[in-house]
Design a binder for this molecule. Structure first.
Ligand code: GLU
Length: 423
């Protein structure tokens, strides 16, 4: 399946899933299809050794990655993930989905992603800082406000972005706020950034529900992953009158047919690190999560969660992909056959990178917008982008995923063609 010697993707692995998504869009690209090989290989992939001194005086080495998948439309953009399962192949897929995502909402960015293969929960605060700084230094050759701009992803946050910004600034003798986004507010961060991905999931979900005639008031929602994305989206759905009936994360699975009280659940998750032990709910076996009676399912955790077997059992009418790559291609087909509408990751979770773009623009102009301005602009970008994708899906009778790829890949490959081959 792969045309590259350095990865061995399978049908269900992240890069394998991405490649099959690209294959599906080719018939809709017209003459631009002759450039499609560009999308099937990353422009640049950097593997770095990240050695740090642990608090006990010994030295530990971690594998770090930064992949720039495509830079045709602008500097690379995408998060940095700290997770024990991170691999080059995963980071490649995540960087490619960033290329598609940025183009889908028409941001002037290419796609990139980074990661360290580490369980950050096993590191002290100081060890985490040393690892972040050494990693930033190692990838410092290829990042920069005009080159590639990292941001938070799974297990990274504003504090880690602050260390990255400081390390890059020290190494370049500057104060470069624009080198990363998702920074704390007093370091050039943007209002609304923390909750932006969840807000985008809500906005695309609201629009999709309206188009299929589903009332959000009283709708039952199940959320996998109750972190920054899933938690913020759940809050907004609850504000719109929906009931959050099930939640799952790495600590457990909980259920309440009447809906959780989020005013209690959100602080519980913040204080204890997960949904387990929440008083206002029943405990469920983890696999039962996929059988829950619900109207909307939000996978907001990791890749590959919805496989064929789970796709066969899902009861929801609407799936909102808050995570990147949560659905395998075979599961995607199964959901389509079962008439379950999927709003794909590459548009559904684009709210985060959209407000990252606002942050980057604000840093350049050193002029900051209010949270209301941010949210209004975010809403408009998401609604307009989804409308264009929906029209494309209707015109060709294709899924929203293939339609998003069609809109995005056209933009990417036009830029590719206009820039031409060098030399
Ligand atoms: N990590 C987020 C994503 O997957 C945000 C990336 C960014 O803001 O650059 O979209």
């Amino acid at each position: 399946m792969s045309n590259l010697s350095y990865v061995s993707p399978t049908d269900d692995s992240p890069w394998g899933t991405y490649l099959s998504q690209v294959d599906r869009v080719v018939p809709y690209l017209g003459n631009l299809a002759r450039w499609v090989e560009t999308l099937k290989r990353p422009k640049r992939a950097l593997i770095v050794d990240v050695p740090i001194e642990l608090d006990n005086g010994t030295v530990a080495h971690f594998e770090g990655f930064r992949v720039q998948h495509n830079l045709s439309r602008g500097p690379g953009k995408g998060g940095v993930r700290y997770h024990p399962d991170v691999t080059l192949e995963e980071v490649m897929a995540l960087s490619a989905w960033m290329t598609v995502k940025c183009a889908a909402v028409n941001l002037p960015f290419g796609g990139a992603k980074g990661g360290i293969r580490v369980d950050p929960k096993l590191l002290s605060h100081k060890e985490l800082e040393r690892m972040t700084r050494r990693y930033t230094s190692e990838i410092g050759l290829i990042i920069g406000p005009q080159k590639d701009i990292p941001a938070p992803d799974v297990n990274t946050n504003g504090q880690i972005m602050a260390w990255m910004m400081d390390t890059y600034s020290m190494n370049t003798g500057s104060t470069s706020t624009g080198v990363v986004t998702g920074k704390p507010l007093h370091l050039g961060g943007s209002a609304g950034r923390v909750k932006a991905t969840g807000r985008g999931v809500f906005v695309t979900g609201r629009e999709a529900a309206r188009r299929i005639g589903m009332d959000l008031n009283g709708a039952r929602v199940a959320v996998q992953g109750f972190g920054n994305v899933g938690g913020s989206a759940a809050e907004l759905f609850a504000q719109a009158g929906a009931k959050i009936v099930a939640a799952q994360d790495h600590t457990g699975t909980i259920y309440n047919a009447n809906g959780f009280d989020l005013a209690d659940l959100i602080p519980h998750v913040t204080n204890t690190g997960g949904v387990a032990g929440f008083k206002g709910a029943d405990v469920m076996k983890s696999e039962e999560f996929w059988d829950v009676d619900c109207d909307i399912l939000i996978p907001a955790a990791l890749e590959g969660q919805i496989n064929e077997d789970r796709a066969r059992r899902i009861k929801a009418r609407l799936v909102l992909e808050g995570a990147n790559g949560p659905t395998t291609s075979k599961a995607d087909d199964m959901l389509f056959e079962r008439n379950i509408l999927v709003v794909p990751d590459v548009i559904c979770n684009a709210g985060g990178v959209t407000v990252s773009y606002f942050e980057w623009v604000q840093d350049f102009s050193s002029f900051f917008w209010s949270e209301d301005e941010i949210n209004v602009r975010l809403d408009k970008i998401m609604v307009d982008a989804l409308k264009k994708i929906w029209d494309t899906a209707d015109r060709h009778r294709i899924t929203l995923r293939t339609a998003t790829f069609a809109v995005a890949c056209e933009r990417i490959l036009i830029a590719r063609e206009e820039r031409g081959l060098y030399p």
